[in-house]
Design a protein around this ligand. Sequence first.
Ligand code: ATP
Length: 302
Amino acid sequence: MAVIEVSGLHRAYGDRKAVDGVSFAVEEGEIFGILGPNGAGKTTTVECVEGLRRPDTGRIRVAGYDPVADRGPVTRVLGAQLQESELQPKITAGEALELYAACCPDPADWRALAERLGLTGSLGTRFAKLSGGQKQRLFIALALVGNPRIVVLDELTTGLDPRARRDTWRLIEDVRASGVTVLLVTHFMEEAQRLCDRIALIDRGRITALDTPSGLIERTASGTEISFRPSAELDTEQLAALPSAVSVTRKDGRVVIHGTDETVSALLSLLAARGITAHQLRVTEATLDDAYLDLTGTGTDT
Ligand code: ATP
């Protein structure tokens, strides 16, 4: 069942089209990622889902509610960590968590949440004195303190050190395991590949691809690269005829073939049948980075 439905969303700022006909549906309990270059329209899209921006046209439903018209019910089911946020400079991290928890009908244990996010030692620190990473962790905790059914995280781990990033990923995996639906905007491919069940790639206000991480990788032209130095001459035409081979090139005595896993297996059989050894054999799989670059065009913020 879809808990977030976005259909034909358009939003412009003056004559600049930030979001230009975006549609997607997020299923209950999944982590749905939104990836795209700077200025692609990701934050505008999720802010419309959160009810913080009013769409020009299009239909959005969050747990069946209109995020603008049904503000109250949406606030009760949805937690949000915004890309940029501020709190009163003098409030401490602990006071902020306690205050937010007090405003929620069914709050989480905010001390346990702070512990999970490595904030216990900073609970007595005023907001203005927290480091960038501590502020980020506090905003993640505030997004989760109301035990939301849906959580929107815009640049979840930006500014976090590698250990804090991994701890946060584990927390989000636990959040998903408890049945919460996550809408995640990120620039980190490793994060998207590890966490997301499906990803929408947005470029210049439009979705250019929507698939699982492995589905996106399979679509990339880079595919699997096989490179080796054969012990005897090999016919280029015969290599090009290998199943799923896209290209065969030769460089400095090395043969480089682009194809798929199927091409690798067939090549190994061919080499074995001909008694040829593949010296310095390298098989490189395409990554989500390759898919991202292939599928989001030039991706400049113009
Ligand atoms: P980033 O990855 O850099 O955060 P994004 O994909 O989240 O980018 P948005 O913040 O949605 O992109 O911005 C989309 C476009 O709309 C950009 O060209 C941006 O300059 C413009 N824009 C965003 N907010 C406003 C605003 N309040 N007023 C005018 N233009 C805006």
